[in-house]
Design a protein around this ligand. Structure first.
Ligand SMILES: [Zn+2]
Length: 133
């Protein structure tokens, strides 16, 4: 097809001459407009739900209302070594009494002895009242 304006050879896919931008008269041979509808090809936007792999393991143990997640061994060692300073109470979350212990040397040793006995008999509880075993 030849552009009637500038005489350039133009492919039949052009409606406008790429050189002079003149509309090309195809006469009867004007190609039909082909409407490509992508609507049905495009998938509807759905939120992608990411499922954890089967090997996924929750690093946090499930909440146990009875048994504390604090370590009994750590609590005992802290009580034995730093019990006068209330470190074992800080460890289990009993910060307020831990401060008291810190400034009173474990309530002059009595609180410390009672705590050690309770830890050894596994009756010592964390700040939520769960026994440390
Ligand atoms: Zn032209």
């Amino acid at each position: 097809m030849e552009c009637k304006n500038c005489g350039a050879e133009v492919g039949s896919e052009y409606r406008l001459c790429p050189y002079c931008r003149t509309e090309i008269d195809y006469g009867d041979k004007q190609p039909q407009n082909v409407v490509i509808n992508n609507y049905y090809n495009s998938s509807p936007s759905q939120p992608v739900r990411e499922t954890p792999p089967s090997s996924f393991q929750n690093p946090y143990p499930p909440y146990d209302p009875i048994k504390s997640d604090k370590s009994w061994t750590v609590t005992l060692l802290l009580a034995l070594v730093f019990g006068f300073f209330g470190f074992h109470r800080f460890y289990v979350g009993k910060t307020a009494t831990g401060v008291v212990y810190f400034f009173t040397y474990g309530i002059f040793g009595f609180g410390w002895i009672i705590d050690v006995i309770n830890i050894l008999s596994k009756n010592f509880t964390d700040k939520e009242g769960r026994k440390i075993k």
